[in-house]
Design a binder for this molecule. Structure first.
Ligand code: 5CA
Length: 434
């Protein structure tokens, strides 16, 4: 992407309406634009990060055997009357009446709709288990939307739903998702700690929230210091096994939200911190399948009501949480895995012929190699260029200037550490392409 033609409305001033750092930086970096209270347009840079985050979520869902589909945002109230949640959900549900006076709603979650789809097609135990997910916008009419996309009214969620013949199968589905969630967040370069949690309006008796530790988190959380050293990617449990040992290991280390915290059970080495909930998983048995009639024929020919779980990740909230976890005074520091661009190519003197042709050549080579690169080809002060790249948090900055070019060198800066190296051009290129 060439900066000269990029729709990237960065701000120099700190917006006064933003109370937390991720909200301030998302506005300053030109990632989002509020269009109504708690409703945001995702501008090109923000959208790119949102897609990178979605893709990691998707890959880990697929790896765990879940299958992607796409359900609509608008749902019929009838489905919610069947499950009994239509009245119970209260004012957080945005209710809509269509031109034929039919009651509709903007989906806050999809248990009812997926159960309806499932029961239409699946009639036999032979077609179980199944796990279906989508990545779709949700609407919850929060009383106090705040902190930008952290607590929005419209937000992007990955939600999936598991269907099993019995409780044992459903618990295995739950453990598979528990692993998929740990892997998903670890791959994004952040630590999310699973904590036993309340089930709220979704229901059920087994539930974990996945929490990222950050000063601006909305809730107080407590965990064993051991959590800070856990590494699920290194542990690499066998995803095709029963996952019982893995689950026991990861659930026996103390971690609790404020509602579930019990000082008597907490370890001596306790971390007390603020946390952001980026995911939430539930096992709720037949809460939806029973009232909605999701019944299959079992091996003995008798009807069996299926056992279900649901699993959510706040994909748009994750973008803000990543920034809360990784930034400095100059701006965002994207972990490599979710960075909108891997390399920033900065031409220090856009009107210098040698600089321009070298940069154009580098840009083409990086693009041909499939490297996501943003190229500052604008006629601006060097200071403004560096400030913009630091603000939008690109992991590698490759700077080309007339003095270096004469000596055959370029400057390579690592955003996360601030470390700068003068390197021969080819060497710098090899480093960022690695
Ligand atoms: N149906 C279940 C799981 S699929 C469900 O809806 N769970 S949830 O209510 O816990 O939401 C899942 C995730 O969505 C939360 O963990 C949180 O990360 C995110 N989320 C919830 N409300 C908001 C909101 N108002 N703004 C941004 N993200 C939200």
């Amino acid at each position: 992407m060439r900066m000269s033609s990029y729709f990237l409305p960065t701000l120099k001033e700190t917006p006064s309406e933003a109370q937390i750092v991720s909200h301030r930086l998302m506005l300053r970096a030109g990632m989002i634009r509020q269009t109504s209270a708690g409703i945001y347009a995702w501008l090109p840079l923000g959208w790119k990060v949102l897609q990178k985050v979605s893709q990691i979520v998707r890959e880990e869902q697929d790896r765990a055997g879940a299958q992607e589909l796409l359900m609509p945002t608008i749902q019929s109230a009838d489905l919610w009357k069947q499950s009994g949640r239509y009245e119970a959900y209260g004012k957080e549900m945005l209710r809509i009446t269509d031109r034929h006076d039919r009651e509709m709603l903007f989906g806050p979650t999809n248990e009812e709709m997926i159960t309806d789809i499932f029961k239409t097609f699946v009639k036999s135990y032979k077609d179980l288990p199944r796990n279906l997910y989508h990545i779709q916008w949700k609407f919850r009419d929060e009383v106090r939307p705040r902190f930008g996309v952290m607590r929005g009214r419209e937000f992007l969620m990955k939600d999936n739903y598991s269907f099993d013949l019995d409780a044992e199968g459903a618990r295995l589905s739950y453990r598979k998702m528990f692993l998929a969630y740990l892997r998903t967040f670890a791959r994004m370069g952040i630590k999310a700690i699973p904590m036993r949690a309340d089930t709220g309006p979704i229901g059920g008796d087994l539930s974990h929230e996945f929490i990222i530790l950050a000063e601006t988190g909305e809730s107080q959380v407590f965990c064993d210091k051991q959590w800070l050293d856990m590494d699920v990617l290194a542990d690499n449990p066998d995803a095709n096994g029963d996952l019982k040992d893995f689950f026991t290991k990861y659930t026996s280390i103390y971690a609790a939200t404020e509602e579930m915290h019990d000082a008597a059970k907490a370890p001596a080495d306790l971390v007390t911190a603020r946390g952001i909930e980026v995911g939430h998983i539930f096992y709720f048995g037949t809460k939806y399948s029973a009232p909605m009639g999701a019944v299959v024929t079992g091996p003995d020919g008798q009807p069996v009501t299926v056992e279900m779980g649901s699993y959510g990740i706040g994909v748009s909230r994750v973008v803000a949480a990543l920034i809360e976890a990784s930034h400095d005074d100059a701006g965002i520091i994207w972990p490599d895995q979710v960075a909108p661009y891997k390399v920033a190519l900065i031409n220090l003197k856009a009107d210098d012929e040698a600089c321009r042709s070298t940069c154009d050549g580098l840009y083409a080579r990086l693009q041909d190699a499939g490297v996501d690169v943003i190229y500052d080809d604008r006629n601006e002060r060097p200071g403004a260029k560096f400030a913009d790249m630091d603000l939008i948090g690109i992991p590698w900055q490759l700077t080309i200037g007339p003095r270096g070019l004469k000596a055959g060198t370029v400057e390579l800066k690592r955003r996360a550490t601030g470390e700068k190296l003068e390197l021969p051009l080819e060497e710098a290129l090899a480093k960022v392409m690695a």
